[in-house]
Design a protein around this ligand. Structure first.
Ligand SMILES: [Zn+2]
Length: 376
């Protein structure tokens, strides 16, 4: 094994950079709960879920091309009986092994040489490591990603108009009701998506009240590839203006995991309870959260073409409708009914149609095969 590019050492020593989470736990090894490789705009992203902060180093190896992540003072708590998992983009697969010196090693097998373009070493609240790799040579063919679901079939999008019936949602300064404008936006979005060949299911298509849990259940029962919940906001400050996009927060993810026993997720032969199931659920959850964020990142520039955006447009929250562990989900606040300009915009059917078109474009971009023809 020859080290071609020692891309990165965190700090000066072999292992440096992250302080121990806190002194009481400094000696306990960090557990590596999950590894997820997902497509990223650069090429591919690998995320490692840890039980606590840990020190790590990374380097590349060549012939064959690999990316190595060593995590000091840690223990692999990954599914037993396996030593590898699926890749994405130009990452063929990942492999893992416990080293003798308390180091957990995760190796990505790469189709082409790559470089590290982003690293996120997490924090105490979210002790995870995340690295983005970009290919430095053309990738021959668009690689096929191993999916949780069979690919090549018609995609199903569940569109969720917020509120309804006895729950009007936000009410605008001139009386505009959230439940009405978001229903129309949802119907417009259905039209825009169906014209692009997607299968669309609406959680409500008229002015009826639908409990939140039923909306999530509905998305899961339709095997939705994407869940889009449409809302309009309200704020005490009438100046607050613009659209924003929410995906599941860290705290929300914990809540989702606590609820997951109820979701009846099919993990094959895995027992319905226990550590292995928890780890798998963790993987599903992280993969889903990654995908939700990817869609949000695709959506925001599309929305910005047709609507003002709130500052920090991509936000995290624990909204109930975002909690399905296996359906990527976003909640779009299309604007503030408490703001005069936004209320006028949201009351305008043409403006709503423009927003629906922008959302549909984002859906199309999100499902488009990744463009991995990197310049050499
Ligand atoms: Zn709402």
């Amino acid at each position: 094994m020859t080290t071609t590019r020692r891309s990165l050492l965190f700090g000066a020593g072999a292992f440096a950079g992250l302080a121990a989470a806190n002194s009481a736990w400094a000696d306990a090894p960090a557990l590596v709960h999950g590894v997820v490789v997902s497509p990223a705009s650069a090429g591919a992203r690998v995320t490692l879920a840890l039980s606590q902060q840990a020190q790590a180093r990374t380097f590349f190896l060549s012939a064959p091309d690999r990316f190595v992540i060593d995590i000091a003072q840690s223990r692999l708590a990954l599914p037993p009986g396996a030593s590898e998992g699926p890749g994405a983009g130009f990452v063929q697969r990942y492999r893992y092994a416990q080293q003798a010196d308390g180091v957990s090693r995760v190796v990505l097998d790469l189709m082409v040489p790559a470089r590290l373009v982003r690293q996120d070493l997490g924090g105490r609240r979210a002790p995870e490591l995340s690295f983005d790799l970009a290919p430095t040579a053309p990738v021959a063919a668009a690689p096929v990603r191993q999916e949780f679901r069979p690919s090549g079939r018609q995609r199903t999008i569940v569109v969720d108009a917020g509120h309804g019936g006895r729950d009007p949602g936000a009410i605008g300064a001139t009386g505009t009701r959230e439940k009405d404008v978001v229903l129309d936006a949802a119907l417009q979005l259905r039209r825009a998506l169906e014209s692009r060949g997607y299968r669309v299911a609406l959680t409500r298509n008229d002015d009826t009240f639908v409990p939140l849990e039923d909306r999530v259940r509905f998305a899961r029962s339709h095997n939705a590839d994407l869940f889009i919940s449409i809302h309009a906001d309200s704020h005490a400050n009438p100046e607050a203006q613009g659209a924003s996009v929410y995906t599941l927060s860290e705290r929300g993810a914990d809540r989702a995991q606590n609820m997951a026993q109820n979701w009846n997720i099919d993990f094959g032969d895995t027992p319905r309870q226990g550590v292995t199931r928890d780890i798998l659920l963790d993987l599903y959850q992280r993969e889903t959260t990654n995908r939700s964020s990817q869609f949000a990142q695709t959506l925001i520039p599309c929305l910005s073409q047709v609507s003002p955006l709130l500052r920090n447009t991509h936000r995290n929250a624990g909204f109930f409708v975002l909690l399905a562990p296996d359906v990527p989900a976003v909640l779009i606040e299309t604007g503030f009914l408490s703001n005069v300009t936004d209320e006028r915009r949201l009351s305008d059917p043409r403006a709503r149609q423009a927003m629906a078109e922008a959302m549909a474009q984002a859906v199309e971009a999100y499902f488009a095969p990744p463009q991995l023809q990197a310049s050499a």
